[in-house]
Design a protein. Sequence first.
Length: 374
Amino acid sequence: MTHPFQSVEEVTLQEFVLFIKIHHKQIEENTNIYLNLEPSIAESDQKRVAMLLDSFLRLTTHTNIDELNEDDKSFFTTWLQSQLSIIDKKSFNLFQLIFEKALITFMIQQKSSRTNAILMYVLSKFTFLVQLYYGGDHNANYRSTDNQELKYLQLLDRLDKLLISSTGYQDLAYILKKCEEYFSYKRCVFYAYVPWSNQFYGVIGAELSKVQSMKGQLTGDNTILSSKKPIYLKNPKNYVKEEHIQLFNLSSIIFIPIMRRDQLFGWLTFDQLGEEFDCTKEELLLLEEVGNRLGLFLSRKGEKVEKNTELHLTERESMILGLLAEGYDNKKIGGFLFLSEHTVRDYVSSLMTKLKAKNRTQVVASAFRLGLLS
């Protein structure tokens, strides 16, 4: 008779990911049931656990199997690190408990000869995650000293003074350069979010042409930009498209949402230009506060400019601005408005001048911040 633990070695990371991909709907239904049935769980804890379960299932269901290697420890470690801003001991224990219950319930309904091996594989990897999370070195990284807390407060104070002295959205490029200096990162990039089209645009950062080539629709499949909490990825593989990793020479990277209340303005990314780096939970929470303060800055500056600005757009310019925001090129815009491409180009140039923008993307982002688009 084969010992059950011998089956664990027979299951590969690829097989596990494929299994979750095939059965994720049933497993997700089970996790939702058990989460709602869990006794005496506070609403805040329930939300936290739900986020962990969602991120874990998203990772496995949206991972490209062909790109996986055999380093499953790295795969699970990267996921745990990506949840640093969310996870605590209670939510981690509940996450493990509910996922295992959901999986076991599903396994009972299955008659496949591989189900037992899959279950043992999951249990072994969760044991690894528990050891990683509760390990002495892991937790030691999260212990904040008084000197460290003082340093972080001083950094936030410097940022506050910078934001107070800044006049508006046009200063954001300078603010990002100072963030690189203050928080010791070699690159900081700003991606703007446009709510009416649910799209994101690369706006500000080193190698501007590359940054501005980054744009797309924000979908539920995007596990990074869909998160309202900071995410640190020591290895962005399986989370970021390979062509984007190559384009920016990415190794480790941090994503920080810029928000004010429930309004999302966009995201900051921090990285070290291809160098791998570590990030503690305290450092991630510090950068989350940076995102919050930038969100407050953008909301206040936007309101101020909207009330006091003397900027005036003609009806034709406003129409072209709206079509630019929808992503249409000059030819399409000309077709809609019965104008030549040359005429549309002149209107776009006029918008760039009035909005002090260097390109079409900045025109849209600036117009949104100024309240010219809604």
